[in-house]
Design a protein around this ligand. Structure first.
Ligand SMILES: [Zn+2]
Ligand SMILES: [Zn+2]
Length: 223
């Protein structure tokens, strides 16, 4: 059986199983499709709009085939259930916060039952680390980088100048290190702001100079 077809079957089976186990079969009116349209989001629930003709369906759960086919079983379940909770809550109360207290309550119950961790994120990241010069650069987070999906083309552009090290898949950095990255990001952002401010000031000075110079023009006309 082709890989995509096998994966699609797996999703359909899981959906039916979870629908019965956690949603009292209330989601039989929801379609699940594997889509190639989503770019960085792993899944999305689209409530049925009246102008869309889709039988009696109440909505569509769209799952990112490209991203999910490479994730673990646990992550696939987490993504599917995340969207199923959205679909379930939507059919009851349309005006609640997408990841509000109702969402958290349901996800916590399911997490306990299946020993998984449904998060409020819609993206999965894979961490990489450069083995070269970047490893010592604070400004490049010691070579760490997270990307969505296995599309590694972004990695090539993220070396410090003169580094051509290889990127290796690594597990998520420690909480302490992540905190350090956040602080570093803040510093970089502040420095960038200062540069921008300087540039603006320079521009406005240049303008003053230009306008003074233009003001002198009529005088030259008399020469
Ligand atoms: Zn969500
Ligand atoms: Zn590097």
């Amino acid at each position: 059986m082709p890989q995509n077809k096998k994966f699609s079957l797996k999703i359909t089976t899981l959906f039916a199983q979870f629908n019965e186990q956690f949603f009292n079969n209330q989601l039989s009116n929801v379609d699940v499709i594997l889509s190639g349209r989503l770019k960085t989001t792993s899944g999305k629930f689209c409530p049925q709009k009246p102008h869309l003709k889709h039988g009696e369906k109440n909505g569509i759960i769209e799952l990112n085939l490209r991203l999910l086919i490479e994730r673990t079983d646990k992550e696939i379940k987490e993504t599917l259930l995340h969207e199923m909770i959205h679909a379930y809550l939507f059919s009851y109360e349309k005006r609640i916060k997408p990841h509000g207290k109702e969402f958290k309550q349901m996800s916590e119950e399911i997490n306990k039952a299946l020993d998984i961790n449904i998060s409020t994120r819609h993206k999965y990241f894979t961490w990489y680390r450069c083995e070269g010069k970047c490893k010592t650069s604070e400004n490049r987070y010691f070579g760490y980088i997270k990307i969505v999906s296995s599309n590694t083309s972004r990695l090539k552009n993220s070396h410090v100048p003169g580094c051509d090290g290889a990127f290796k898949k690594v597990s998520e950095p420690s909480k302490n290190l992540l905190k350090q990255f956040d602080e570093q990001k803040k510093k970089i952002r502040e420095a960038q702001k200062k540069v921008k401010k300087c540039k603006l000031q320079y521009k406005s000075n240049a303008f003053t100079f230009n306008s003074d110079w233009t003001a002198l023009l009529p005088m030259f006309k008399h020469i």
